[in-house]
Design a protein around this ligand. Structure first.
Ligand SMILES: Cc1cc2nc3c(=O)[nH]c(=O)nc-3n(C[C@H](O)[C@H](O)[C@H](O)COP(=O)(O)OP(=O)(O)OC[C@H]3O[C@@H](n4cnc5c(N)ncnc54)[C@H](O)[C@@H]3O)c2cc1C
Length: 488
């Protein structure tokens, strides 16, 4: 009888990417595949950027508050975990987002799709853009610029088509809101591949977007499901993202979890991966690297210096989220909608503010408002060193100025505040990212047993991280299943 040991797999990093990988390995282990795993996480808690608390009945998200509904991996995992009843849609009926422009809140014009204005009248009437910018937006349909011949920044793409103001008032705030990023650095090819394709096909982005819109409408009309209406843009967990983390952890074998255990070094001899922690060295047959790329780069440098350099070269931004819970009666009426974005040209510390009680209903007690402010990003790294008190004072002052009310000033104390710092947590897909990731993939292909997961490669959203983590685990499990069956 043939006898082999189980495939031993190390997972480094216990954010959602590493947890998704561990969940998949646990599932396949229970189904009889000859694998065992150990998950190493340097912090005391699992979940990485996913963390939420319920305080006096209000769900407060420290990190992500939801995932994009159109990316199915997160909702699929939730359903597998028995959390289908906990998924809630964003309150899209009330969806309205403002841009702070010259110190005033201006609603994003109707018809804006992926930074592209598609409706003439709202674009002509909005006070957001100057007359020359509006004229340029209209002219883009008939006189588009020449398509780019290589990857360029999002700012360069948008400026070529719609002018500098569209960068300052649209691309910059929208991308710093999503990526904590800088439009002058982010890669158009990676972050906005749809627009790059449209430019190639149609020349004009407006023409491309209108064609896409027509196709979408036709598909909707011919689909029976249209009777049910469009799905919500975002999906959240009723009790917060921590629900997802807790549900995954509950399925894992506690003996496989090494929290509070930073991995200090990795070595590879033949087909054996050696993982060094404060507790000593442990040997594995395979390794899923789910730590941030800068940490992965340092750890993998001795194994493959080129790979280490490419990973360490992926830039990251840091961010700060601040939740403030108020009695609605004390702060007065907020503007309609989900919140506002602050362009860098406004010269403020805040990047954005979400009216969290409006975005997802049923997660805040009646009569309470939860305001979630974002600070930091690529240009605000230094703010991480400021005290909670200083950050709270800045946010309350800026909110009072932007919303034109004294309601957030010293006179009205919030009922609860929570400050969270996320140091180098968000990967930035800079110009040339696609080529860098291809080089990384080529190097990985020459290192059997190594897989990458996490937000640095193929999508920064929660759903992308879950998809990549599970895929890495499935690939390794498949190679374990292909090995001879262990003796009973
Ligand atoms: C404030 C904020 C808001 C966001 N909002 C959204 C949103 O609304 N929707 C959305 O889809 N996405 C959002 N994102 C993005 C998304 O949350 C992240 O991209 C995703 O959670 C990253 O998961 P990850 O597993 O790749 O990395 P992380 O969560 O960063 O996990 C990596 C883990 O590796 C560990 N680690 C590092 N080095 C070592 C080592 N040497 N040894 C052991 N462990 C190590 C770290 O401690 C960390 O826990 C947001 C992110 C942030 C920060």
């Amino acid at each position: 009888m043939e006898c082999v040991t189980r495939m031993r797999i190390a997972i480094i990093g216990g954010g959602i990417g590493g947890l998704a990988a561990a969940y998949e390995l646990e599932k396949t282990r229970k189904a009889g595949t000859a694998v065992e795993y150990a998950l190493f996480e340097e912090r005391a808690r699992l979940g990485g950027s996913l963390a939420s608390e319920v305080v006096n009945g209000a769900v407060l998200e420290r990190g992500p508050d939801s995932f994009l509904t159109e990316k199915p991996a997160a909702a699929e995992l939730c359903r597998e975990l028995g959390l289908a009843g906990e998924l809630i849609p964003s309150n899209d009926e009330a969806r309205k987002t403002y841009i702070v422009a010259r110190n005033r809140l201006v609603a994003l014009p109707d018809g804006l799709m992926f930074l592209v204005p598609t409706k003439l009248v709202p674009t002509a009437l909005t006070p957001l853009f100057s007359v020359p910018t509006k004229a340029r937006m209209a002219a883009e349909l008939l006189h588009p610029p020449r398509p780019a011949t290589q990857d360029e920044s999002v700012a360069a793409l948008v400026e070529r088509h719609f002018g500098r103001e569209a960068v300052d008032l649209l691309a910059d705030p929208l991308l710093s809101g999503i990526y904590g990023g800088d439009a002058t650095q982010l890669s158009a090819q990676t972050v906005l591949p749809r627009l790059v394709d449209m430019e190639r096909q149609y020349g004009s982005l407006t023409r491309g977007m209108l064609a896409a819109h027509r196709k979408m409408r036709a598909a909707k009309n011919s689909s029976k499901s249209s009777a049910r209406g469009a799905p919500a843009i975002f999906t959240a967990m009723r009790g917060g993202m921590q629900q997802l983390v807790d549900a995954i952890v509950a399925r894992l074998d506690p003996a496989s979890l090494r929290t509070g255990t930073p991995v200090r070094a990795i070595a590879k001899t033949g087909n054996v991966w050696r993982v060094e922690t404060g507790a000593g060295q442990q040997e594995f047959d395979a390794l899923i690297m789910a730590a941030q790329a800068w940490a992965a780069g340092t750890l993998l440098q001795p194994v493959d210096p080129d790979l280490g350099r490419d990973l360490a070269g992926i830039p990251y931004s840091s961010s700060i989220t601040i939740n403030l819970v108020y009695d609605e009666a004390k702060i007065g009426a907020l503007p309609e909608g989900f919140g506002f974005l602050v362009p860098a040209v406004e010269g403020r510390a805040m990047l954005a503010c979400t009216f969290a009680h409006r975005k997802f209903l049923g997660r805040t007690p009646p009569g309470k408002a939860v305001l979630r402010a974002f600070l930091g990003g690529m240009r605000g790294e230094a703010m991480l060193a400021e005290s909670d008190e200083a950050l709270l004072a800045t946010v309350r002052r800026e909110m009072s100025e932007i919303l034109g009310t004294k309601a957030f000033s010293a006179a009205t104390e919030p009922e609860y505040t929570q400050v969270s710092r996320w140091r180098r947590a968000m990967a930035q897909y800079a110009v040339g990212h696609k080529d860098r990731v291809q080089r990384v993939r080529d190097r990985i292909a020459a290192l059997p047993g190594l897989r990458l997961a996490g937000n640095a490669y193929d999508g920064i959203g929660v759903s992308d991280c879950i998809r990549l983590g599970r895929q890495a685990a499935r690939e390794l499990a498949a190679s374990a299943a292909a090995r001879p069956v262990p003796a009973a």
